[in-house]
Design a protein around this ligand. Structure first.
Ligand code: AHR
Length: 512
């Protein structure tokens, strides 16, 4: 009681003097940080699939298993990717899964109308994706075609992938295609961006369509539960969330999606690497908006679902810039700098802190597209700063979230201000506490005092991701310019932890 009072007094004093002060409530954890918050997204877009994850089963130069690149899989395994969404994105609502199964020589080709009108030969289809998820140890999230598909097509996909052998012509087809046992496919999306590329629907109309598709898309022959995710709002479209919560029967959905990209202006996104401080600041402003979006969408969900049985799945998020000069404008290939590490660190802290409602998130996209964790060029592969943040943060997966109260100094540019410090904390199953700290200020280090309530720790250690310019990135020529290193700038005295965080840096501390 006394300790709490002292901590609160310190917090109030810090507020008055403009210091960075955090109160860590180490004994107040109750919600689990669902590991699926650390999920990813792979679309048939540019070189995400072809050249990124998949090089074809006849490739002689790049080591692969049934066409899936082993260097990329090995790197992704270290991230502990829990869930992978596929095949889109916008592509999903033009995708007909039957085109991508069976003998590859007989699979029809199509034009990928969303992403450059390139030829899609369907050589990477359902079997390839689900086998790759097994190799990776990730759970699949299939995004169903509601925009141009039919309820029959979607229910057939559920049967083909998850129903027991011999239960339908679809499971016979699966067996003919070389897979005798069902895969485990827990997560199903019913359309993507139904308000836009998924059919330009009004939410009232989509709610009806959703009910129709969901009715037939059941797992009634199968003991594995299907988790159905409705195509959610774009950014601050709160009406979308309100109508879905009101109109979807509770037994027909498990989560609503939400998409939010950190983009400066859709018509003027700016470069991925050679950006100004104003562009950096504006990107961070967009990224930090996630806090408000998650809070307000959750508040609407709370009205209809106070027990929080339904989740918010932020199934597309990340930074979006101009493509790299000289690359196909429809392929969305962009480099990844310390700015992206800042987006990743702050956004994951927001999701961790809202883990009572946010149970899944999928970074867009996993390889070679938008804020990728891995970039490939022919046989070369590099890990981006975003990769390193996801790897450092994976200690939070399935840990108990420890609530924090944060008083941050401002990162100021001109007349605008953003909180410089972002934080989240958790306790894992071995009793170890992890604190992830981000300082987004482009110029100033932050001295942070953490007042610990409800636990006593003997030691602190950690890792840091930092660099000397916020525009820095890993290139194919210099792939290890940015990588985590040991951090010794934290000291622990009784229940007070002091940390000095350099500008635009991410630190993960371990307290025992
Ligand atoms: O991630 C790229 C695209 O962004 C996705 O296909 C779409 O859902 C979103 O608009």
């Amino acid at each position: 009681m006394k300790k709490t009072f002292i901590a609160l007094s310190l917090f109030a004093a810090a507020y008055a003097t403009g210091q960075n002060t955090i109160v860590l409530n180490a004994d107040k954890g109750k919600d689990i940080i669902n590991k699926n918050i650390y999920g990813h997204f792979a679309e048939h877009l540019g070189h995400c699939i072809y050249g990124g994850l998949y090089v074809g089963d006849t490739n002689k130069t790049i080591p692969h298993k049934d066409g899936v690149r082993l260097d990329v899989i090995d790197a992704l395994k270290k991230l502990k990717v829990p869930v992978l969404r596929w095949p889109g994105g916008c592509f999903a609502d033009t995708y007909h899964w039957r085109d991508g199964v069976g003998n590859k020589k007989e699979r029809p080709s199509m034009l990928n109308i969303w992403w450059g009108n390139v030829k899609e030969d369907n050589s990477f289809g359902t079997n390839e994706f689900l086998n790759m998820c097994e190799l990776l140890g990730a759970e699949p999230y299939l995004s169903g075609n509601v925009g141009s598909g039919t309820p029959q097509e979607l229910t057939d996909w559920v049967k083909y992938t998850t129903h027991p052998n011999g239960s339908s012509p679809m499971t016979d087809l699966r067996q003919t295609n070389g897979r005798s046992t069902p895969w485990k496919v827990p997560f199903w999306g019913l359309g993507n961006e139904a308000w836009g590329c998924g059919g330009n629907m009004k939410v009232e109309y989509y709610a009806n369509i959703y009910r129709q598709f969901a009715t037939f898309m059941t797992n009634w022959n199968n003991s594995d539960r299907i988790y159905r995710i409705a195509s959610g709002a774009s950014d601050d479209d709160y009406h979308w969330t309100e109508v879905l919560m009101k109109e979807l029967p509770a037994n027909m959905f498990d989560a609503l999606g939400l998409h939010h990209y950190s983009v400066i202006e859709w018509g003027k996104k700016g470069p991925a690497t050679n950006f100004t401080e104003l562009e950096y600041f504006t990107t961070m402003k967009r990224a930090l908006q996630m806090e408000e979006l998650v809070t307000k969408h959750s508040a609407i969900m709370d009205k209809y679902d106070p027990q929080k049985k339904k989740s918010l799945a932020v199934d597309e998020w990340g930074g979006w810039y101009d493509v790299e000069p000289g690359t196909n404008g429809a392929f969305l290939f962009q480099q990844n700098t310390m700015r992206d590490a800042m987006i990743a660190g702050t956004t994951l802290n927001i999701f961790n802190n809202h883990c009572d409602r946010v149970k899944m998130a999928n970074l867009a996209q996993i390889v070679n597209v938008l804020q990728a964790v891995v970039l490939t060029r022919d046989e070369k592969m590099i890990l981006t700063p975003t990769y390193h943040v996801m790897e450092m943060y994976n200690v939070h997966q399935d840990a108990i979230m420890l609530p924090v109260a944060v008083n941050s100094k401002d990162y100021q540019l001109g007349n605008e201000k953003l909180p410089a410090v972002s934080v989240s904390a958790s306790k894992d199953k071995n009793g170890i506490t992890h604190i992830s700290l981000v300082n987004i200020d482009a110029n100033k280090p932050q001295e942070i005092t953490v007042n610990i309530n409800g636990a006593t720790y003997k030691s602190v250690s950690g890792r840091i991701l930092t660099s000397d310019k916020v525009q820095n990135y890993n290139s194919f020529e210099n792939p290890e310019k940015i990588k985590p290193t040991g951090f010794s700038g934290a000291s622990l005295t009784n229940s007070i932890l002091r940390v000095k965080v350099p500008p635009f840096s991410v630190i993960v501390l371990e307290l025992k």
